[in-house]
Design a protein around this ligand. Structure first.
Ligand SMILES: [Zn+2]
Length: 269
Protein backbone atom coordinates (compact mmCIF):
# COMPACT_ATOMS: atom_id res chain seq x y z
CA UNK A 1 0.00 0.00 0.00
CA UNK A 2 1.33 3.37 -0.94
CA UNK A 3 0.23 6.56 0.76
CA UNK A 4 1.53 8.98 -1.86
CA UNK A 5 -0.86 10.93 -4.06
CA UNK A 6 -0.50 12.38 -7.57
CA UNK A 7 0.28 15.73 -5.95
CA UNK A 8 3.45 14.46 -4.27
CA UNK A 9 5.63 14.08 -7.34
CA UNK A 10 7.68 16.65 -9.21
CA UNK A 11 8.58 14.30 -12.10
CA UNK A 12 7.04 14.99 -15.50
CA UNK A 13 6.68 11.25 -16.19
CA UNK A 14 4.83 10.71 -12.90
CA UNK A 15 2.51 13.73 -13.01
CA UNK A 16 -1.16 13.62 -13.99
CA UNK A 17 -2.50 16.48 -16.13
CA UNK A 18 -4.17 18.40 -13.29
CA UNK A 19 -0.99 18.57 -11.22
CA UNK A 20 1.21 19.22 -14.27
CA UNK A 21 -0.89 22.26 -15.17
CA UNK A 22 -0.85 23.50 -11.56
CA UNK A 23 2.93 23.22 -11.25
CA UNK A 24 3.45 24.79 -14.69
CA UNK A 25 1.20 27.73 -13.78
CA UNK A 26 3.10 28.26 -10.51
CA UNK A 27 6.50 28.23 -12.20
CA UNK A 28 6.98 27.27 -15.87
CA UNK A 29 10.52 26.02 -15.28
CA UNK A 30 11.90 22.57 -16.09
CA UNK A 31 15.02 20.86 -14.73
CA UNK A 32 16.90 18.38 -16.90
CA UNK A 33 19.13 16.03 -14.85
CA UNK A 34 22.03 14.59 -16.87
CA UNK A 35 24.42 11.83 -15.88
CA UNK A 36 25.88 8.58 -17.11
CA UNK A 37 27.24 5.23 -16.06
CA UNK A 38 31.01 5.37 -15.69
CA UNK A 39 33.46 3.84 -13.20
CA UNK A 40 33.45 5.54 -9.79
CA UNK A 41 35.85 3.27 -7.95
CA UNK A 42 35.00 0.08 -6.06
CA UNK A 43 33.11 1.95 -3.37
CA UNK A 44 30.42 3.71 -5.41
CA UNK A 45 27.78 2.87 -7.99
CA UNK A 46 28.39 3.50 -11.71
CA UNK A 47 25.54 6.00 -11.84
CA UNK A 48 26.91 8.40 -9.23
CA UNK A 49 26.73 11.36 -11.65
CA UNK A 50 23.12 10.54 -12.49
CA UNK A 51 22.02 10.07 -8.89
CA UNK A 52 23.36 13.40 -7.64
CA UNK A 53 21.84 15.28 -10.61
CA UNK A 54 18.45 13.63 -10.04
CA UNK A 55 18.52 14.40 -6.33
CA UNK A 56 19.42 18.06 -6.88
CA UNK A 57 16.74 18.54 -9.54
CA UNK A 58 13.98 16.80 -7.57
CA UNK A 59 14.80 18.61 -4.33
CA UNK A 60 14.98 21.95 -6.20
CA UNK A 61 11.55 21.36 -7.73
CA UNK A 62 10.13 20.49 -4.30
CA UNK A 63 11.63 23.57 -2.65
CA UNK A 64 11.56 26.22 -5.39
CA UNK A 65 8.92 24.94 -7.83
CA UNK A 66 9.12 23.64 -11.38
CA UNK A 67 9.02 20.17 -12.93
CA UNK A 68 11.79 17.59 -13.45
CA UNK A 69 12.11 16.26 -17.00
CA UNK A 70 12.93 12.59 -17.69
CA UNK A 71 16.56 11.99 -16.73
CA UNK A 72 19.17 11.99 -19.52
CA UNK A 73 21.28 9.06 -18.37
CA UNK A 74 23.88 8.99 -21.15
CA UNK A 75 26.60 11.58 -21.59
CA UNK A 76 29.62 12.44 -23.71
CA UNK A 77 32.71 10.35 -22.96
CA UNK A 78 35.67 8.61 -24.66
CA UNK A 79 36.25 11.53 -27.06
CA UNK A 80 38.91 14.26 -26.84
CA UNK A 81 40.39 14.74 -23.36
CA UNK A 82 38.23 11.91 -21.98
CA UNK A 83 40.26 9.28 -23.80
CA UNK A 84 43.69 9.84 -22.14
CA UNK A 85 41.95 10.36 -18.79
CA UNK A 86 40.23 6.99 -19.08
CA UNK A 87 43.54 5.32 -19.92
CA UNK A 88 45.13 6.94 -16.86
CA UNK A 89 42.47 5.88 -14.34
CA UNK A 90 41.49 2.50 -15.87
CA UNK A 91 44.53 1.19 -17.72
CA UNK A 92 43.30 -1.61 -19.99
CA UNK A 93 40.40 -2.64 -17.72
CA UNK A 94 36.90 -2.51 -19.25
CA UNK A 95 35.22 0.58 -17.74
CA UNK A 96 31.68 -0.82 -18.32
CA UNK A 97 30.39 2.59 -19.27
CA UNK A 98 27.59 4.17 -21.27
CA UNK A 99 29.28 6.84 -23.39
CA UNK A 100 27.85 8.74 -26.33
CA UNK A 101 29.75 10.90 -28.83
CA UNK A 102 29.23 14.69 -28.61
CA UNK A 103 27.14 15.10 -31.77
CA UNK A 104 24.53 12.64 -30.45
CA UNK A 105 24.25 14.30 -27.03
CA UNK A 106 24.25 17.88 -28.34
CA UNK A 107 21.67 17.15 -31.02
CA UNK A 108 19.53 15.39 -28.40
CA UNK A 109 19.85 18.43 -26.14
CA UNK A 110 18.59 20.76 -28.88
CA UNK A 111 15.54 18.55 -29.35
CA UNK A 112 15.00 18.23 -25.59
CA UNK A 113 14.96 22.04 -25.33
CA UNK A 114 12.48 22.13 -28.22
CA UNK A 115 10.23 19.68 -26.36
CA UNK A 116 10.40 21.80 -23.19
CA UNK A 117 9.40 25.01 -25.00
CA UNK A 118 6.59 23.27 -26.83
CA UNK A 119 5.31 21.75 -23.56
CA UNK A 120 4.96 25.26 -22.14
CA UNK A 121 8.15 25.73 -20.13
CA UNK A 122 9.65 29.21 -20.21
CA UNK A 123 12.90 28.56 -18.31
CA UNK A 124 15.27 25.59 -18.20
CA UNK A 125 17.97 24.41 -15.80
CA UNK A 126 20.20 21.71 -17.33
CA UNK A 127 22.15 20.11 -14.50
CA UNK A 128 24.90 17.65 -15.38
CA UNK A 129 26.45 15.45 -12.74
CA UNK A 130 29.16 14.58 -15.26
CA UNK A 131 31.57 17.49 -15.06
CA UNK A 132 33.67 19.10 -17.85
CA UNK A 133 31.33 18.75 -20.84
CA UNK A 134 29.22 21.75 -19.89
CA UNK A 135 30.93 24.27 -22.24
CA UNK A 136 29.55 22.24 -25.15
CA UNK A 137 26.11 22.07 -23.54
CA UNK A 138 26.27 25.85 -23.19
CA UNK A 139 27.22 26.24 -26.84
CA UNK A 140 24.05 24.33 -27.82
CA UNK A 141 22.03 26.45 -25.37
CA UNK A 142 23.49 29.64 -26.88
CA UNK A 143 22.36 28.61 -30.36
CA UNK A 144 18.94 27.53 -29.10
CA UNK A 145 18.43 30.90 -27.40
CA UNK A 146 19.03 32.66 -30.71
CA UNK A 147 15.77 30.96 -31.77
CA UNK A 148 13.84 31.22 -28.46
CA UNK A 149 15.28 33.71 -25.97
CA UNK A 150 14.17 32.22 -22.66
CA UNK A 151 16.38 31.75 -19.56
CA UNK A 152 18.33 28.49 -19.97
CA UNK A 153 21.22 27.61 -17.66
CA UNK A 154 23.51 24.63 -18.22
CA UNK A 155 25.71 23.90 -15.24
CA UNK A 156 27.64 21.04 -13.62
CA UNK A 157 27.31 20.38 -9.91
CA UNK A 158 30.93 21.29 -9.03
CA UNK A 159 30.35 24.69 -10.67
CA UNK A 160 27.48 25.29 -8.23
CA UNK A 161 29.82 25.10 -5.23
CA UNK A 162 32.99 26.56 -6.71
CA UNK A 163 35.02 28.31 -4.03
CA UNK A 164 33.30 26.31 -1.28
CA UNK A 165 34.08 22.72 -2.26
CA UNK A 166 36.48 21.19 -4.75
CA UNK A 167 34.87 18.81 -7.24
CA UNK A 168 36.61 15.53 -8.02
CA UNK A 169 36.10 12.12 -9.57
CA UNK A 170 35.05 9.34 -7.18
CA UNK A 171 36.97 10.96 -4.33
CA UNK A 172 36.04 12.70 -1.11
CA UNK A 173 33.67 15.15 -2.86
CA UNK A 174 31.69 12.77 -5.07
CA UNK A 175 31.56 9.80 -2.72
CA UNK A 176 30.36 12.12 0.07
CA UNK A 177 27.54 13.32 -2.20
CA UNK A 178 26.42 9.77 -2.95
CA UNK A 179 26.68 8.75 0.73
CA UNK A 180 24.17 11.48 1.47
CA UNK A 181 21.73 11.10 -1.46
CA UNK A 182 21.88 7.29 -1.93
CA UNK A 183 23.72 5.74 1.05
CA UNK A 184 22.79 2.21 -0.03
CA UNK A 185 24.92 2.69 -3.17
CA UNK A 186 28.20 3.24 -1.29
CA UNK A 187 30.39 0.66 0.46
CA UNK A 188 33.56 2.15 1.94
CA UNK A 189 34.50 -1.36 3.05
CA UNK A 190 35.66 -1.96 -0.54
CA UNK A 191 38.30 0.80 -0.62
CA UNK A 192 41.12 -1.72 -0.80
CA UNK A 193 39.70 -3.66 -3.76
CA UNK A 194 41.91 -1.46 -5.96
CA UNK A 195 44.94 -3.27 -4.54
CA UNK A 196 43.49 -6.75 -4.20
CA UNK A 197 41.48 -7.32 -7.40
CA UNK A 198 42.42 -7.42 -11.10
CA UNK A 199 40.14 -4.43 -11.71
CA UNK A 200 42.84 -2.19 -10.20
CA UNK A 201 42.10 1.43 -9.38
CA UNK A 202 38.82 1.51 -11.37
CA UNK A 203 38.93 5.33 -11.43
CA UNK A 204 38.70 5.52 -7.64
CA UNK A 205 39.78 8.81 -6.08
CA UNK A 206 42.79 8.65 -3.74
CA UNK A 207 40.91 10.48 -0.97
CA UNK A 208 37.65 8.49 -1.23
CA UNK A 209 38.32 7.20 2.32
CA UNK A 210 37.69 10.73 3.65
CA UNK A 211 34.10 10.77 2.35
CA UNK A 212 31.28 11.28 4.86
CA UNK A 213 27.53 11.67 4.56
CA UNK A 214 27.67 14.90 6.58
CA UNK A 215 30.08 16.46 4.11
CA UNK A 216 27.80 15.23 1.34
CA UNK A 217 24.89 17.00 2.97
CA UNK A 218 26.89 20.25 3.17
CA UNK A 219 27.81 19.99 -0.53
CA UNK A 220 24.23 19.23 -1.55
CA UNK A 221 22.77 22.08 0.54
CA UNK A 222 25.30 24.55 -0.91
CA UNK A 223 24.38 23.29 -4.39
CA UNK A 224 20.68 23.83 -3.69
CA UNK A 225 21.39 27.40 -2.55
CA UNK A 226 23.13 28.02 -5.87
CA UNK A 227 20.25 26.50 -7.85
CA UNK A 228 17.81 28.73 -5.96
CA UNK A 229 19.82 31.76 -7.11
CA UNK A 230 19.63 30.51 -10.72
CA UNK A 231 15.87 29.97 -10.43
CA UNK A 232 15.34 33.42 -8.86
CA UNK A 233 17.52 35.16 -11.43
CA UNK A 234 15.98 33.44 -14.44
CA UNK A 235 12.44 33.52 -13.15
CA UNK A 236 10.42 32.87 -16.27
CA UNK A 237 7.64 35.11 -17.45
CA UNK A 238 4.52 33.06 -18.24
CA UNK A 239 3.80 35.44 -21.12
CA UNK A 240 7.37 35.12 -22.46
CA UNK A 241 7.49 34.87 -26.21
CA UNK A 242 8.17 31.27 -27.12
CA UNK A 243 6.20 30.12 -30.12
CA UNK A 244 5.88 26.45 -31.05
CA UNK A 245 9.11 25.16 -32.59
CA UNK A 246 8.85 22.75 -35.50
CA UNK A 247 11.29 19.88 -36.07
CA UNK A 248 12.57 21.79 -39.09
CA UNK A 249 13.43 24.84 -37.01
CA UNK A 250 15.10 22.70 -34.32
CA UNK A 251 17.14 21.09 -37.08
CA UNK A 252 18.31 24.56 -38.13
CA UNK A 253 19.44 25.19 -34.55
CA UNK A 254 21.31 21.88 -34.54
CA UNK A 255 22.99 22.72 -37.86
CA UNK A 256 24.35 25.91 -36.31
CA UNK A 257 25.68 23.89 -33.34
CA UNK A 258 27.24 21.36 -35.72
CA UNK A 259 28.85 24.15 -37.75
CA UNK A 260 30.78 25.14 -34.61
CA UNK A 261 32.24 21.69 -33.94
CA UNK A 262 35.76 23.13 -34.06
CA UNK A 263 34.81 24.87 -30.76
CA UNK A 264 33.52 21.72 -29.03
CA UNK A 265 35.72 21.06 -26.00
CA UNK A 266 34.78 17.36 -26.03
CA UNK A 267 36.66 16.89 -29.29
CA UNK A 268 39.85 18.44 -27.92
CA UNK A 269 42.66 16.39 -26.36
ZN1 LIG B 1 31.23 11.44 -11.26
Amino acid sequence: MTTTTPGDTVRWEDLLPREFEQRLAQLPLVYLPMGLCEPHGHVAAFGLDTHKAVYLCEESARRFGGIVAPTQTYQIHETGYHRPWLKEVMGDVNPRMGSLPPDVVLRLLVYQLRAFVNAGFRAVVVLTGHNANQPDLRLAVEEFRRARDIPITAVSDPELVMGQFEGDHAGRYEVSQLMYVRPELVDLGRLDDRNTTPLGRFAQGDDAHLATASEGRAIIEASLDAIKAIVDEGRPLPEADAAFMSFEEAEEVWQRVAARSDEWCTLRE
